[in-house]
Ligand binder design. Sequence first.
Ligand code: SF4
Ligand code: SF4
Length: 437
Amino acid sequence: MSQIAEQSNRALELSAETYRQAQLCVHCGLCMPVCPTYLLEGLEPDSPRGRIHLMKGLADGRIEATETVRGHLDMCLDCRACETACPSGVVYHELIEETRAKLGDGGTGKRRTFGRWLVDFVCFRIMPYPWRLKLALAPARVLQKVGLWGIVSGLARRVLGEQIGKMQQMLPRKGGFWPTHGAERYEAEGPRKMTVGMMAGCVGSVMFGETNRKAIRLLQRMGCEVVVPREQVCCGAIHHHGGKVEKAKAFARHNVEVFENVDVVVSTIAGCGAMLKEYGHLLGEDEEWAERAERVGGMVMDVSELMATLEPEEPEYGVEMKATYHDACHLAHGQGVRSEPRALLGMVKGLEMVGLRESDTCCGAAGTYNLTQVETAKRLANRKIGNIEKTGCEVCITGNVGCAMQIQSEAEGMGKKIKVLHPVDVLYAAYFGEEVC
Ligand code: SF4
Ligand code: SF4
């Protein structure tokens, strides 16, 4: 028997707790209308219920991990909208993440294209390491400065394919050559309420360092001492969502050690925050680390969640703007944070917020999904941008860099005049009287 056949004939071994999640599903279908891929395709295997059925079938050894089955599972965004809708409390992400990790890369005999290999290389070997990312971006920044980025990236896209094209499309149009680290410790203004450890994020610290800087400044003003430990590493989300669990655990252990002496761990990036909050589960079977990971995971807050608990005074300045709000999946579904950013933005004088249809439906970013499932991600972005346009707003506010890059780049590709901001950008302008940017 060939290695491929042997592998596909074996039942997929899921942990007892994860298998129990599949058993919890009562097939009611209430999750289906909120599932982005079901909304697009209208097919049962591209719905949460269908995928749970497939995963249970794999675990029971009733079906094999064929290319078709993997295709339906790969198409899942891991956006967790189905968890919000599920009355039975199925923790779906544990099921899809363990299934992906156990299935691994092999088994179908399908060869990776060069484009896919390069995307994996960038996602797993470059993006989680800020200095490597800074070095990798340096040539692009030089080309941007001399005005040749459009030509060179267009050629690269034609030669290397759509996945590379997507990477170049998402690169923010502006950026320094060598983004600098700020200080490691920032004093609180007035009496210190707490010490906050900031998870700067790997992609976030390189491409959206300005948002972190503004968040630190706001937290200082609200009475927090902020530390940004240099030793911190990637939260592990990229590897975890890509099925590389052992590497994600190694990152988690390192960060637990780095952050365990602060009062609160804060993140401006929904994807990182959701991953950090999962550390207790991720290291739950590691006797040496489980307790510490659970404690640190319990200390994590999104920046808007933390600011809301600090009960800040109303901002002094007005921001004359009409904007809508997109709920990042890993903030709304992953962390249950919906009201806090809206409440904070509601304090800003002159800011008119307009409701967004399907505000908590994924925009297609979903970690590295927009690099691996380019077409589906694009369709979801188009749907999101269409809904933003219907609000009549030219500004969309969202608390996740992945969503910001996805919506901004796709809107620019469509020639739409939409600007994407983080809530922190707006709050900073309102508290410090600066231009929103
Ligand atoms: S995680 Fe998102 S894409 Fe995946 S099944 Fe659930 S709702 Fe659908
Ligand atoms: S809502 Fe929950 S119980 Fe109902 S089909 Fe979806 S996952 Fe299963």
